[in-house]
Design a protein around this ligand. Structure first.
Ligand code: UFG
Length: 326
């Protein structure tokens, strides 16, 4: 398949690009490098461009004879979206509409979209794709709006699509060669590991008064290479004019305190913590069942537990304490 990965130089995008290349697909990366890293993908595949330049995008889609778009590009931080909603509606909703219209113009019939667990209402049980939705941050709402837009485009114009709702992507790849590097970093695991790296004095815990067993928020931490595998399977299964939605989680929830304890175990030292107020937009518990992904597409996660995942992240951060920056 000839695939265009928007945001393909980002954390999940680049892991997926590497997996697609190994699977024999032809891949092009379309990324403005506002948050992505050129060093995370083969240079010859990268086109540095903005999604809102539709003329250039249509030309690119046509000239490379793209068959499928994987749409990773977008802003991703829950807290930041509460502070600065307009950039979330622009980067996520408006740019996605430009992308979809460009695809129609260039006759590209399939799209796989990176959505999020944040579209769901928090619950004590395992979330399934049909669970109640409550996208309660601008970030989550922007992703939910794009899901709806894609489904409407499919109905009206015959696009085939897949939607993948990620839970908490994390981990390092290829023995520490690739990993997570956001500026500013907002994600829990890299921030926790910055303490033993000597880059932070402590990890702040955003609230310990949630209705969970230890009072801290529970998430489903999934290794980025297991996410990448799901993209490969889902892209190969897209059928023209039809759409499917899949959760990608492990089915296991871990609290913020459990993440910190596991990280202490991996690095072999105590990690200083401080309890802070709740962060706006955070749900108490988001954990996914991935039954649909397993039964329909045969997906199997390779990473079995949080310890393995954090150990892989630690390998990356130790080898690259400044991320992709040389
Ligand atoms: N947290 C802290 N301290 C920190 C950072 C995070 O306590 O310094 C807590 C958060 O409050 C949250 C948990 O750790 O309870 C995980 O936070 P992250 O920022 O790592 O991840 P989120 O769950 O907020 O969001 C991530 C992705 C989203 C995705 C979501 C789905 O960034 O794109 O997972 O669960 F939608």
């Amino acid at each position: 398949m000839r695939i265009l990965a928007t945001g393909g130089a980002g954390f999940v995008g680049s892991a997926t690009v590497r997996r697609l290349l190994k699977g024999g697909h032809e891949v092009f990366v379309y990324d403005n490098l506002s948050t992505g890293h050129a060093d995370s993908v083969p240079g010859e595949l990268l086109c540095r461009a903005d999604l809102d330049d539709s003329e250039r995008l249509v030309d690119f889609l046509r000239s490379k004879q793209i068959e499928t778009v994987m749409h990773f590009a977008g802003s991703i931080a829950v807290g930041e979206s509460v502070e600065d909603p307009r950039s979330y509606y622009r980067n996520n909703v408006i740019n996605s509409q430009i992308l979809l219209e460009s695809m129609l113009e260039a006759d590209v019939g399939r799209i796989l979209f990176s959505s999020t667990a944040a579209v769901y209402a928090a619950t004590d049980g395992l979330l399934t794709e049909d669970s109640a939705k409550d996208p309660d941050s601008p970030y989550a709402f922007s992703k939910w709006a794009i899901e709806k837009m894609i489904a409407d485009f499919s109905r009206a114009y015959g696009l085939g699509y897949g939607v993948l709702r990620y839970f908490n992507a994390c981990g390092g790849s290829e023995e520490g060669r690739f990993g997570e590097d956001h500026h500013p970093e907002t994600h829990l695991i890299p921030l926790v590991l910055k303490v033993p790296l000597g880059q932070r004095e402590f990890i702040g815990i955003f609230g310990n008064d949630y209705p969970t067993p230890d009072g801290t928020c529970i998430r489903d931490y999934i290794h980025v290479d297991d996410l990448a595998e799901a993209h490969l399977l889902a892209a190969e299964a897209i059928t023209p004019g039809r759409g499917s939605v899949y959760n990608i989680g492990t089915g296991t929830g871990n609290s913020v305190l459990e993440v910190i304890e596991t990280a202490q175990d991996v690095v072999g030292e105590k990690i200083a913590t401080e309890i802070l107020p709740r962060r706006a937009g955070d749900a108490a518990r988001l954990v996914a069942g991935s039954e649909k992904l397993r039964s329909e597409l045969g997906w199997q996660p390779r990473y079995k537990n949080l310890r393995e995942i954090i150990a892989s992240a630690w390998q990356w951060h130790q080898a690259n304490p400044n991320g992709y920056e040389k």
